[in-house]
Design a binder for this molecule. Structure first.
Ligand code: GAL
Length: 670
């Protein structure tokens, strides 16, 4: 646990108030009152730190770090590349990103720099070096925060300038060696797309190449690596003068960057969490999405992560922005901890008087000082976190189930012309994750590169693209006793979107042969019966053939493919593999996984049925310590029966068999 405690605080942007020292003094005083122990400093402060090229003004920051140190408040110190000063863009236009249509951006906004530009790299390196020299060894500085939400505002998160094009070609040369290899891997013989000169290769853009899916894949891989290279340059620079770990704040399911590649060199994963609470009365879909995002971030390094940002109140960038209703601030903070976060950090400490985000929720509002509902909510949570630090230190969730979620599959699936053009991979993943969440079974969200060791159950919905080595790992996992589940339209293509010929790469494990795939309109919806219940077969209905030793658990009931298998189970080595040939609804997924959990010995920590809206997670210590979080996402009390005996970690109350939770309550049990 970084700094030995659960971090509580968040983005602090005092560069807006340098002419008001009294505000800073008030901030420090009220941070103490709000149980804030850590701030993220200087995230967008480049203009204040280097007002003119080569002229550095770091004294104000020194004063702030020193005062915070006196008050026992730690600092996550940011590098300021997230927003460029005007002197930089005016003098060196090449630092600004070029859009897909070839137009260079004009100055303004933020998150809009070219990550290849040598000038940008040099200027930020010089700035970072100054910061690191001065503050890299200060006792209360605990972590480097490199830039901010890399890729955040980029159209499709990338830059199309000539420097990036040249770097892309270089990257391709390294990967393929010859144009012949590249043409073959990308299937460029179709539509005369054969390249005869490397210079002919251009990034995919709407008024250019929009049809080469292999090009899209490599361009996205390159863009991620180039962004990671930029991250690593900054991290390396600040580490020249300090031994601190570094992070960069990720964004939930962000399609633009493959966080499994971006995590290279990221010592501690962190991310920014802005769920749409109170979007509807049923909070479950929002809670599931936030939970899955936490699980994804934890799974990247299989370690505790930091929730680097969240709003203490409303946000300001959706069409309408509800306030957090009473109880939700506490619950959403606890939810982060429940899935492995070691922090609850906010954007931001104090609302600015002007600028784009002046109405975005902050701990300190424009009016009323600390006498606000939000401030009291924040202080209450902060106090609770102080009490939980020791209990949670050296603990993290260690699920026995995993869902394969892979960016390359996401890109390829949604770019391909196939049975559907409206694939929504994240939505599908969330539907599967939701059935786990509802039953209190935590799942990791892992890439195809991850080890499968230790899991009982691995499920891979819509796993269209197979990376090299993945099929082998699944085969070993299943042979060794694991249960593997996958669905229609899986195992279709390799890493450059070339179709597998002959068989599905795991046909022997799954015990099926795929033949055709139907994407029926609603009127042609099919159905199947599983364990006595009839379910719809919709969206995608694959026609597969079962091998002789494969059990067919359900079949299509109408239309010309009536009788073809919908659910199969095949024993392989010591394990078994399921194939779901058709898509169905949430009802089916719930019933299917419920049975599977029993079969694979997975149960929630309370070993009981959970009411709707309630979930349970568990953090484990190396020493066998177990900490259980029971969360009620309903705005009404719930009663859980058959829970066994537990002690409330905070109140020390004993519970025997029954748990009562207040609206939006989270209990921590040991
Ligand atoms: C984040 C960003 C913050 C702030 C926040 C508002 O994406 O990192 O700087 O803009 O959104 O919700």
């Amino acid at each position: 646990m970084l700094g030995g405690r659960i971090l509580h605080g968040g983005d602090y942007n005092p560069d807006q108030w340098l002419d008001h020292p009294e505000i800073f003094e008030e901030d420090v005083k009220l941070m103490k009152a709000a149980h804030v122990n850590c701030v993220s400093l200087g995230i967008f402060a480049w203009a204040a730190l280097e007002p003119e090229e080569g002229v550095y003004q770091l004294d104000w920051m020194d004063h702030i770090i020193t005062r915070l140190e006196q008050e026992g408040i730690q600092v996550v110190l940011a590098t300021p590349s997230g927003a460029m000063p005007h002197w930089l863009t005016q003098k060196y236009p090449e630092v600004m990103q070029v859009q897909a249509d070839g137009r260079r951006n004009l100055p303004g906004k933020r998150h809009n720099f070219c990550y290849t530009s040598p000038v940008m790299r040099q200027k930020i390196t010089e700035m970072d070096r100054e910061l690191a020299k001065r503050f890299g060894r200060r006792s209360n500085v605990i972590l480097w925060h490199i830039s901010n939400e890399l890729g955040g505002n980029f159209a499709d998160s990338v830059c199309h300038c000539e420097l990036c094009q040249a770097a892309f070609r270089k990257w391709l040369k390294k990967k393929y060696g010859t144009l012949d290899n590249l043409n073959r891997a990308w299937w460029n013989y179709f539509w005369s797309h054969t390249y005869t000169d490397w210079e002919q290769i251009h990034s995919p853009v709407p008024n250019g190449e929009t049809t080469s899916t292999a090009l899209f894949l490599d361009w996205r891989r390159f863009s991620t690596e180039q962004m990671n290279d930029f991250y690593q340059l900054e991290a390396r620079t600040v580490k020249e003068y300090s031994d601190l770990p570094a992070t960069t704040n990720f964004m939930y399911f962000f399609k633009g960057l493959d966080y499994n590649r971006m995590k290279k060199g990221v010592d501690i994963i962190s991310w920014d969490n802005y769920p749409f609470w109170h979007k509807e009365k049923d909070e479950v879909p929002t809670a599931v999405k936030a939970a899955a995002s936490h699980s994804l971030m934890r799974s990247l390094n299989q370690a505790p992560f930091l929730m680097m940002e969240s709003s203490p109140s409303a946000i300001s960038w959706r069409q309408h922005n509800p306030l957090k209703r009473p109880g939700m601030h506490m619950l959403s903070g606890m939810q982060a901890l429940a899935h492995g976060s070691d922090s609850v950090q906010y954007f931001q400490w104090r609302k600015g008087r002007g600028g784009f985000e002046k109405f975005h929720g902050a701990v300190m509002d424009h009016k009323n000082g600390s006498n606000t509902r939000v401030f009291r909510d924040v202080a209450e949570l902060g106090e609770r976190l102080e009490g939980l630090g020791e209990l949670l230190s050296h603990t993290v969730n260690r699920p026995k189930a995993a869902i394969v979620f892979d960016w390359e599959n996401w890109w390829a699936l949604e770019d391909t012309q196939g049975p559907r053009l409206d694939f929504n991979y994240v939505k599908t993943i969330l539907a599967h994750y939701r059935t786990f969440w509802e039953q209190g079974i935590e799942a990791d969200l892992i890439s195809m590169d991850a080890s499968l060791e230790g899991y009982h159950l691995v499920t891979a919905p819509l796993n269209y693209l197979y990376k090299d080595g993945y099929a082998k790992r699944v085969r070993e996992f299943t042979a060794g006793g694991g249960t593997f589940v996958t669905t229609c339209f899986s195992g279709m293509v390799d890493e450059t979107d070339l179709c597998f010929t002959g068989h599905h790469p795991l046909y022997d494990v799954l015990g099926i042969e795929q033949e055709e795939i139907d994407a029926p309109s609603e009127e042609f919806e099919n159905r199947f019966t599983y364990e006595g219940t009839v379910y719809p077969a919709q969206n995608l209905c694959e026609i597969v053939h079962a091998a002789e030793d494969t059990e067919v658990l359900a079949s299509y009931e109408t239309d010309f493919y009536a009788g073809a298998p919908v659910i199969t189970r095949h024993a392989f080595g010591k394990g078994r593999a399921y194939y779901l040939a058709a898509e169905s609804g949430l009802e089916f997924l719930r019933d299917f996984y419920r049975k599977l959990f029993v079969e694979t010995g997975l149960e929630n920590a309370l070993k009981t049925e959970l009411p709707y809206g309630v979930t349970v997670t568990e953090r484990l210590g190396e020493d066998g310590k177990r900490v259980i979080f029971v969360m009620n996402f309903k705005n009404e009390p719930v009663r859980i029966e058959g829970t066994g005996s537990w002690t409330d970690a905070e109140t020390k109350a004993a519970y025997d068999g029954t748990l009562l939770l207040e609206p939006f309550e989270c209990k921590v049990l040991i």
